[in-house]
Design a protein around this ligand. Structure first.
Ligand code: ATP
Ligand code: MG
Ligand code: MG
Ligand code: MG
Length: 565
């Protein structure tokens, strides 16, 4: 490519509307132009970067058994009504009507579409697992489209959906995608962390966000310098507890955990009936089980809390959690007697029965405790605030002080289980002839946001510093004086040799002052700049400058290609 022909209109001034670096630099370096808030044209340089990211994504998806397809952007309302998301999605959904007044939307995501597609054609366990993906524009009418490509209203996403016959299959698909995402962002040359994205944080691995570490990131991340623990601050609470997104209904505490309750609890929790579980306490609103505290076998203390909105699984030993929070020995925590999510009652206790009594006692002050000595067996109502984890709080896993940093969410992996397959009746017949809902996962990479995030992480005062694997071109050849025939012909020679050796190269053949060309080269962020000046001609030495380090070296004309590749 010749710079004189390249459609990369650079700007001298930073456009006022651009708040973040990636937005400023992409406008200035001629990568993008705005059509409307959050809606951009990608000019040729940006499109090359995007295609490189896409190709890395494709290779890693294909390596994990992904099959690429392409679904409609325009989606009929009916499938969204079947899952209830037509109303849930709210203003973020771009909606439109056709000439017959039928409702459609521009796809913000494709769970409904793909589940409907697959349910029509998959009948047997023999057709599973399926891992289908596409790379396509997504549409979300974000409240505040800002930060350029970081939060667009039209943006490019890779979305893969996995369909498995059971949870073990889902776990495998999930692990494969997690691994693929790690490879994708490493191959893009980015520094990132995978962050637990469940509110559960502890032990929950139902979702991870992949965060590119950058000061401008919208998400604050806490991580443990000693163990693997990394979580989104927004979601990482110091106490593992249900937090109600809406006010809890008036509660009825049922105080006899009979066999019926245990059956109901096991059903809700999806615990195999063979497994011994003991209900410690449960709360219903008269009809539905809202909350249950359950103890599993002796080795693993397992508390599972659930309400209508969320089911949290806490695999950490209960005692451990309580000990760390309260400093007392054994205990139990839950939203008992608490109507909002601000406070939690912590009741220290010793035995299962005492815990149970203590729980009931929380809402029934006059209750007569049997065989319980309140001072000896528990200290009721230690009330602690639920608050977000902060720098230097103890790590929920290992107790070491956590640190914080900021990150940009470039991808997310998510276990959907049977949420969509149940709602849309995507079932299959298993080995025993039994009809079952498919077990699903979804996995998104923000392709256009990844490009922006790469800049947020790689720039200096002169412009972009592209990681080599996603650079629009790897090198630029700059003849100092394009009017000098000898310089130009050497530059042409180098330019075609580099391209011939698969080094994607631009020749800056413009009739500009060298300073202008050097400035543009830095701004656009080519990893290598090869300057052909008088020295190249007189001494046969070619100057190669590395954009990232600013290092300049001279190579003999005969072996510069070897040194570059
Ligand atoms: P965010 O929390 O930033 O709003 P999200 O969690 O809503 O993102 P997902 O539904 O998980 O996004 O979509 C998968 C990926 O798509 C995200 O990890 C992100 O990289 C990208 N993405 C989401 N929204 C946008 C957007 N408005 N502009 C650009 N990329 C986006
Ligand atoms: Mg969002
Ligand atoms: Mg998010
Ligand atoms: Mg997300």
């Amino acid at each position: 490519m010749r710079a004189s022909q390249l459609y990369a209109p650079t700007l001298r001034e930073t456009p006022a509307e651009a708040e973040v670096i990636s937005h400023q630099l992409m406008l200035r370096a001629g990568f993008i132009r705005k059509a409307a808030g959050g809606i951009y044209s990608y000019l040729p340089l940006a499109w090359r970067v995007l295609r490189k990211i896409e190709n890395i994504v494709r290779e890693e998806m294909d390596a994990k058994g992904g099959q690429e397809l392409f679904m409609p952007v325009i989606q009929p309302a009916e499938m969204w009504m079947e899952t209830g998301r037509w109303s849930v999605y709210g203003d973020e959904m771009f909606r439109l009507k056709d000439r017959h007044n039928r409702d459609f939307c521009l796809g913000p995501t494709h769970e409904e579409m793909i589940t409907t597609l697959v349910r029509g054609d998959v009948r047997s366990y023999r057709q599973l697992p399926l891992r289908l993906y596409q790379i396509q524009n997504k549409y979300r009418d974000e409240i505040r489209p800002r930060f350029g490509l970081m939060r667009g209203r039209e943006f490019i996403m890779k979305d893969l959906y996995s369909f498995d016959k059971d949870e073990a299959g889902l776990d495998e698909s999930y692990d494969k995608m997690y691994d693929a995402y790690t490879k994708i962002f490493s191959r893009c040359g980015l520094t990132f962390r995978a962050v637990e994205a469940d509110s559960g944080a502890i032990g929950g691995s139902g979702s991870h966000e992949f965060m590119v570490i950058a000061d401008s990131g919208e998400a604050a991340i806490v991580y443990c310098p000693s163990c693997e623990y990394t979580a989104n601050v927004e979601k990482a609470e110091l106490h593992p507890i249900i937090h109600a997104d809406e006010e809890l209904l008036p509660l009825t505490i049922t105080d006899t955990p009979g066999t019926k309750t245990i059956a109901a609890v096991s059903k809700y929790l999806g615990v195999a009936p063979a497994r011994t579980i003991k209900t410690l306490a449960y709360i219903t609103d008269g009809e539905q089980l809202i909350f249950a505290l359950v103890r599993g076998d002796h080795e693993v203390n397992e508390i599972k809390l659930l309400n209508k909105l969320k089911c949290l699984r806490i695999d950490l030993a209960t005692e451990d959690v309580i000990t760390r929070i309260t400093g007392s020995t054994v205990g139990y925590l839950g939203p008992v007697g608490v109507q909002n999510s601000e406070k939690v009652a912590i009741v220290a206790d010793h035995s299962v029965m005492n815990m149970y009594n203590a729980v009931c006692g929380a809402n029934q002050p006059e209750r007569h405790y049997i065989n319980v000595n309140p001072k000896r067996d528990f200290s009721p109502f230690l009330v602690a605030d639920i608050r977000l984890i902060r720098e230097n709080d103890p790590c929920p896993r290992c107790g070491i002080k956590v640190k914080t940093t900021r990150g940009i969410e470039v991808g997310q992996v998510f276990k959907l289980y049977t949420k969509y397959s149940k709602a849309l009746q995507a079932t299959f017949i298993d080995e025993n002839g039994i009809e079952k809902p498919m077990v699903m996962g979804c996995y998104g990479v923000g392709v256009s946001r990844t490009m922006a995030a790469a800049i947020e992480q790689n720039y200096d005062e002169n412009g972009i510093i592209w990681p080599v694997p996603i650079a629009p071109y790897q090198a630029v050849v700059v003849p100092v004086n394009a009017k000098d025939e000898a310089q130009m012909s050497l530059a042409e020679k180098i330019y075609s040799e580099l391209n011939g050796n698969s080094i994607e190269t631009v020749l800056d053949d413009r009739n500009e002052r060298p300073g202008v060309k050097f400035k543009d080269a830095d701004l656009i962020g080519y990893p290598l700049r090869i300057t052909v000046g008088p020295k190249a001609l007189s001494e046969g030495l070619i100057e190669v400058k590395i954009r990232r380090t600013g290092e300049t070296s001279f190579f003999k004309a005969e072996d510069y290609i070897g040194s570059i590749t």
